[in-house]
Ligand binder design. Sequence first.
Ligand code: C5P
Length: 227
Amino acid sequence: MTLHLLLPAAGIGQRFGQNTPKQYCPVAGKRLAEWTLDLWRGVAIDGRRLLILREDDAVGQSLISNYPKLESVTGGAERADSVLAGLDALDAGPDDWVMVHDIARPCIRADDIARLWHHCQQTGRGALLARPLTDTIKRQVDGELTSLDRRQLWAAMTPQCFPVLMLRDALRDALNTGESITDEASAMERLGCPVDLVEGAADNIKLTRAEDLALVEFYLQQQGRLP
Ligand code: C5P
C-alpha cells in the first residue's frame, strides 16, 4: 500500500472575511499554511505530496520551494473539484491510498495521523478523524424546529483516508450529479463504500473565522510547537 498526501489549499476562505486567504494569515511568526506543512514534513508518506492551489497563487508557489518533497497542482471552484484535480494528478494504481487534509487545520497531531493510517491498514476500510458532538443539534426547515439525537452525531475532520481510485470515482460521480460534497467521506458514503470514524483530538480545528486565529495559536503553544 503506497500512501499519498493531498493538501487542498485552493479555497478563498469566504467566511474568514479578510483580504488575505485564511491559509496565509500570520500565526506566531509564520503563515498558517506553514504550520500545517511543517507538521506533515515529519510524517512518513511513501507516495507523493501535493499542495492544491488556486491558479496564479504566488504565495502558495513560494511556499513550495521550502518543502523539497512537495509538488503543486491547480485546484477548482469547489473543494471537491480541487481534491479531484489532486487525485487525477496522482496517476495512482489500485493499491494506492491517499490522505486528504485541509491546509486550514494546522493543529493536527502526528499520533492521530498514525492512528488513522493504522486503522486503514488493519481493516482495509476508508476512515476519517472525527469528534462526537457535545452540543444539542437543532434542524430548522421552513421555520420548523426538530432536535437530533447527538449520541449518533459526529463532526467530521481531516485527514480522511481512502483508496485513491475509489475516492476518485466517488467524487467524480458526486460532482456529475451536482450534489454539494464538502468532504471525501460523503462522496464514498453515497456509493455505499465502507467508511469508519476514528476519534481525533479536539484541537484539530479548522480555521474558519478570524476569531479562530487566537485559538489556533493557543493550541500550537499547548502542543509545544511554538519556540
Ligand atoms: O472552505 P473550507 O474551509 O471548507 O475549505 C476546506 C479546505 O478546502 C481548505 O483547506 C481550502 O483551502 C480547501 N478548498 C480548496 N478548493 C476550493 C475550496 C476549498 O482546496 N475550491
